[in-house]
Write a protein that binds this ligand. Sequence first.
Ligand SMILES: Nc1nc2c(ncn2[C@@H]2O[C@H](COP(=O)(O)OP(=O)(O)OP(=O)(O)O)[C@@H](O)[C@H]2O)c(=O)[nH]1
Ligand SMILES: [Mg+2]
Length: 266
Amino acid sequence: MSTQPAPPPGHDCDSCAMQEHLVQMGIILDKWDYVIALAGNPNVGKSTVFNALTGLKQHTGNWPGKTVARAEGGFEFNSKRFKMIDLPGTYSLLSASVDEEIARDFILFGRPDCTVIVVDATMLERNLNLVLQILEITDKAVVCLNLMDEAKRKGIEVEHRTLSRELGVPVVPTSARNKDGLGLLMRTVAEVIQGEIKTSPRRITGNKELNHAVDTLIPMLEATYPDLPNTRWIAMRLLDGDYRVRQALERGELSRMGMTVTETVG
Ligand SMILES: Nc1nc2c(ncn2[C@@H]2O[C@H](COP(=O)(O)OP(=O)(O)OP(=O)(O)O)[C@@H](O)[C@H]2O)c(=O)[nH]1
Ligand SMILES: [Mg+2]
């Protein structure tokens, strides 16, 4: 069943497929099967993807204790219910800005079932920095290669299959403003979540000393914090002197990823 109007004649097949299987739920979502985080640099089309999938009604509020806006919404795709969180746009996950902290904490400690990393196909080089940082944290990720219409207009070709092989996660070309590619994006996300697509993200391979230090720290972290996600990444950040990660560990903040919500109808 679909709440969508019939697609216009000659419309891209993939969008049509999406309209067959997508039911926008907006805020009407009390139970869900999976949580998806939407990450990416500023201005790459995250909210456009979010709005196309969830519809116009959405929860907006602030992240706990922060003045940074948080939007979440829901949709049903192929009979599974997805809750989607639109993360703040960031260029990195490593520096001390509040936006970066929020995006990083959610991907790491919020443990989404999949992180969709939206990138601008016309500025790939700049965008890949964040992609690689996110792939250090999670292996459940799909790259949404957005603004493909703009890339085409500018004569930029992106070999998305090669990019996918290099990154070790699926890369799906989209033009979110025209809703092109979003059906394939969601099918791919569902297959990654359900383990039908195996990912193998590209990770930094450190030198002998670094690896030794990381291998020494990991069992200590696991013994002290049994539920900690991705101890390898946390060990690397601690060795790098990351104050925020150290503070989060010491304060036991790792599971406090709730939110304050006010309802708006956009
Ligand atoms: N041509 C084209 N424009 C797009 C596409 N996707 C998004 N845009 C436009 O890009 C601009 C930014 O889109 P947003 O969805 O607000 O980007 P965002 O990543 O949420 O931005 P921040 O929340 O500021 O980080 C808007 O003007 C969109 O209409 C696309 O696929 N093609
Ligand atoms: Mg946005």
